[in-house]
Design a protein around this ligand. Structure first.
Ligand code: FES
Ligand SMILES: [Fe+2]
Length: 381
């Protein structure tokens, strides 16, 4: 696709239309690899991305690795206690320097030709490199990225010079949710799902304001008070808040009731790909990672308050089982949607004004970045 063709296709979505008049982003945004390429640069490598957990890098020398939409990353707590992130790409021949998922190290040694870097990313050991002209170790350290922590999560921004403060990026999540409370939750288990759909299909499904809860999730619909379910969009976030209720065990599926408790459920989303599902004493985070135009990976991390019933293995097991069941229901429908988008018989859709303001908010935020990346003016086309 030429640059001007891509520009035309980005321009096909009008971000200036209000919710009642707006059309969704077109089907080819979900199926064409050219869009994923554009999103990698303009979205995934230009935003704060949740890459891991604070407890993984508590001690000096502790590190973990991640793949940030094609950018290998290593995050480490250096010897002075500073959290750092680097492109996990050796300056010699581009091999991954750190190959383990997590661990502890005093130096990083590339397994290919043995170049070594200290925990501040400085190149220290360069075997058999005498006589190489105009080569300075100081210029060949690991490329540093921005790293920051909020509550239990570690974030990385691939462009340190362009990165806003993490607090500002996450606002108003940071004001409305206590990082300390979340940090007190204990990580218990990770589950990883691979879906045959574009990453945006999963995000759209998440943000539809409960529109699919009654139809797709019988167990969840038993505990959510659907009439009070509402969405608030602000900044780069959207939160769906639902009052909780007790299901009528005679008529309704009550399987989620004893593991989804409290007065309200909070479903936070942070542009572009992070979700935090928060109930009383229970949280799971979902991170959506693009693998190809029609494939994504969704990483679920389950956290629980240590005190009381939520701290017991039996509760956690039941709770994760309910989460897994709900995710299976979402996987099925998302893969179904991807087939429809790829069918050639779907161009654009409309939004429910009552329910789908979150999806619209997402599409606008996305379009804003893609338009800028292809050189379109903001606002009306
Ligand atoms: S690629 Fe790392 S030492 Fe050669
Ligand atoms: Fe769902």
């Amino acid at each position: 696709m030429t640059a001007s063709e891509l520009r035309n296709r980005v321009a096909a979505f009008d971000p200036s239309a209000d919710l009642a008049h707006a059309r969704t982003i077109p089907a080819d945004w979900y199926t064409d690899p050219a869009f994923l390429e554009l999103e990698r640069k303009a979205v995934f490598h230009a935003t704060w991305q949740a890459v891991g957990r604070t407890e993984q890098v508590a001690e000096p020398g502790a590190y973990f690795t991640a793949d940030l939409a094609g950018l290998p990353v290593v995050v480490v707590r250096d010897d002075h206690g500073t959290l750092r992130a680097f492109a996990n790409v050796c300056r010699h021949r581009a091999a991954r320097v750190v190959c383990f998922e997590q661990g502890k190290a005093s130096r990083f040694r590339c397994r290919y030709h043995g170049w070594t870097y200290d925990l501040q990313g400085r190149l220290r050991g360069v075997p058999e490199f005498d006589g190489v002209a105009d080569f300075r170790r100081e210029d060949n350290g690991l490329v540093e990225l921005a790293a920051a922590v909020w509550g239990p999560l570690v974030f990385v921004h691939p462009q340190p010079a362009a990165a806003p403060p993490l607090e500002a990026f996450l606002d108003p999540l940071t004001k409305q949710t206590s990082a300390t409370d979340l940090a007190a939750l204990r990580f218990v288990e990770r589950r990883v799902y691979e879906l045959a759909c574009n990453w945006k299909v999963f995000v759209d499904n998440y943000l539809d304001g409960g529109y699919h809860v009654l139809t797709i999730h019988p167990s969840l619909s038993g505990v959510l008070d659907y009439a009070g379910y509402h969405t608030v969009n602000a900044g780069l976030t959207s939160v769906q808040i639902s009052p909780m209720r007790r299901p009528d065990a005679e008529r309704e599926d009550a399987s989620a009731a004893d593991v989804r408790q409290g007065k309200a459920a909070y479903y936070w989303w942070v542009f572009p790909n992070l979700m935090l599902n928060i109930y009383q004493g229970v949280m799971d985070t979902n991170l959506v990672l693009p693998l190809a135009a029609d494939r994504c990976r969704v990483v679920f991390d389950f956290y629980f308050a240590a005190e009381g019933e939520t701290g017991t293995a039996a509760f956690q097991h039941r709770s994760i089982t309910v989460g897994h069941q709900i995710q299976q229901e979402d996987v099925d429908i998302c893969e179904d949607v991807q087939r429809g988008l790829a069918s050639g018989r779907f161009e654009v859709g409309r939004y429910s004004v009552r329910r789908e303001s979150g999806v619209h908010h997402f599409h606008r935020l996305l379009a804003e970045r893609l338009r800028r990346a292809v050189g379109l003016d903001l606002g009306t086309a």
